[in-house]
Design a protein around this ligand. Sequence first.
Ligand SMILES: N[C@@H](CCC(=O)N[C@@H](CS)C(=O)NCC(=O)O)C(=O)O
Length: 221
Amino acid sequence: MNRLFHFPLSPFSRKVRLTLAEKRIEVELVEERYWEPNQDFLRRNPAGKVPVLRLNNRVLSESQAICEYLEETVPNPPLFPRSPDERFEVRRLCAWFDDKFHHEVTSKLLYERVNKKIMGLGYPDSKNVKSGAQKIKYHLDYMGWLLDQRRWLAGDLMTLADFAAAAHLSCLDYISDVDWNRAANVRDWYAKIKSRPSFRSLLADQVPGFPPPRHYADLDF
Ligand SMILES: N[C@@H](CCC(=O)N[C@@H](CS)C(=O)NCC(=O)O)C(=O)O
């Protein structure tokens, strides 16, 4: 049985879930409390991070490496364009969201408000929350600027870059930390992604103690 060891509000897990669903690869989702000691989990991924995918008896970790492996082994539907220049742009933007956005926004808002509580690490640090709330504005503006020139973030096709971005933003939307009124084209982009069948399982996620706001699963938010 193929399995994805994940955590519902892990953006990296979400990127892989979206890729698997787009490519219609069925997996059983196994929730992993990665912060608790677990030898089995460390054997699967010595880095101690989710997501980990068990696929046809292979154990795969690192979300970008997993998604690129899936792209190569199950090419349809493609989540990368053909030309090296366009593929470069997809990879650049995946790194933008998984490195820069993650460091400046996701870790400052989601990890402070939710992960700390779940892991028993105390209260949010208000300095970090303030910084994340400030920085997300710049990222939404950057996305708006990209979408002024392109239909999707990396070009005229929907790609893994859109899923990387949507994975982070959907986690933040779960805690109402995205101002969708800031840029109409970003809101329209998210509405398009959110209405894809691959997004359904993300919209059904529930984290005990943190009920999502009503708009989170609403396609007409
Ligand atoms: N580069 C990794 C990052 C994965 C990651 O940081 N996952 C977080 C959960 S969102 C985690 O497992 N953190 C545990 C840790 O850093 O020890 C990937 O893309 O898979």
